[in-house]
Design a protein around this ligand. Structure first.
Ligand SMILES: O=C(O)CCC(=O)C(=O)O
Ligand SMILES: [Fe+2]
Length: 356
């Protein structure tokens, strides 16, 4: 284990520029570092990628500006106005960690802007359809919001594909191994706003986002300047802070990659608690993959004679299954709340599906 990933350390910051360079020793070093992280806790951070800092900052500014809109404007583009996972999600809509309070975050979901004539939309493929945007009367420069968000989305999805090339190399596969899976891939981005948590007696049960693992293949997260993200460290039974680093993406593997690698690679627990006294903003992009792609134990992920732990499954089935688990938990909470005579807080409408 390199020193940066030693016990009790937050995810190391790797220099991804080696992937684009011509120095094969440096590229191999990057591949080895990424492999180490995948085996350890599935988390690393990268600098030296090709997404311009200015675009990251513009996207983050739009994140703030969107959530600054009056609530009545945000609910006009509510996530409940469509079935393909686009638009605004109210504060306290999700519970990803059993037994905690509804989460103190609001979100806005954006994806590939597919027209209603697209086969993915027609066939109701995973989270596929047109984006929704506030009206020009609510936000006169909404076109800049659209352009910025879509450009940012495209660039991060392209970076995710490059990271998958490195992941292929970590498994001694051809760099192009994931190409078929990444072509026509579905990815979802969400703008997130975490108000600062009030310092009251319930804070120990309050979460910006409860402890969870992500459902998809890989997640690329941009943090603003305010901390709050923590990764669970099983070795020390403690939470590690992921301090925001300007320009860096936090990359983590999701449950689909863990399953695909026969549990060789880790999809790790993480959460957000924002008790900084400041508003926190972040932008995760969840890369799922081509919905119909069949995920079946990757080469080099089981020893000779070892059985694959999981049956083949499509990307869509795997990701939707993840939602359903969270949905069940939120439903249970809603039921428990309804049964509670003197609940200490107001029961909330459970989300349609919980996305992480
Ligand atoms: O906002 C963050 O820092 C983390 C968000 C996250 O884990 C998620 O949306 O799945
Ligand atoms: Fe997450």
């Amino acid at each position: 284990m390199p020193s940066e990933t030693g016990e009790g350390q937050a995810p190391p910051i790797l220099d991804f520029s080696a992937f684009y360079g011509t120095d094969s020793a440096k590229k191999q070093e990057l591949v080895d570092q990424v492999r180490e992280c995948c085996l350890h806790n599935g988390f690393f951070q990268i600098l030296g990628h090709q997404v311009p800092l200015e675009l990251q900052q513009k996207a983050m500014n739009w994140n703030k500006r969107f959530f600054d809109l009056p609530l009545e404007e945000k609910v006009k583009v509510g996530k409940d106005t469509n079935t393909w996972n686009r638009g605004y999600e109210l504060l306290r809509s999700q519970i990803l960690e059993e037994g905690t309070l509804p989460e103190l975050k609001e979100g806005f979901y954006i994806g590939d802007d597919l027209p209603k004539t697209h086969p993915y939309f027609i066939n109701k493929k995973l989270n596929s359809g047109p984006n929704v945007w506030p009206s020009a009367s609510a936000l006169p420069d909404v076109d800049d919001f659209k352009d910025t968000a879509q450009e940012y989305y495209n660039q991060v999805v392209s970076l995710a594909k490059d990271i998958l090339k490195v992941l292929a190399l970590t498994l001694d596969l051809e760099e192009t191994w994931f190409d078929e899976f990444t072509e026509g891939a579905v990815a979802t981005m969400r703008l997130l706003h975490y108000p600062s948590q009030p310092a009251d007696s319930e804070t120990k049960l309050m979460r910006g986002i409860g402890a969870h693992t992500d459902f998809g293949t890989i997640t690329l997260l941009l943090q603003d300047k305010v901390s709050g993200l923590q990764v669970f460290d099983y070795a020390n039974d403690s939470w590690l802070d992921v301090a925001p680093t300007p320009g860096a993406f936090v990359v983590n593997l999701g449950n689909l990659m863990m399953r695909w690698s026969n549990d060789r690679y880790i999809s790790n627990l993480h959460r957000v608690i924002n008790n900084t006294g400041e508003e926190r903003y972040s932008i995760p992009v969840f890369f799922s993959g081509k919905p119909d792609f069949m995920v079946e134990c990757l080469p080099n992920c089981k020893a000779e004679g070892e059985e694959a732990k999981y049956a083949p499954i499509t990307v869509e089935q795997a990701v939707v299954g993840g939602y359903q688990d969270s949905y069940g938990r939120a439903e249970k909470h809603k039921k428990d709340e309804a049964e509670k005579k003197n609940g200490g807080y107001i029961a909330v409408k459970a989300p349609e599906v919980a996305v992480a």
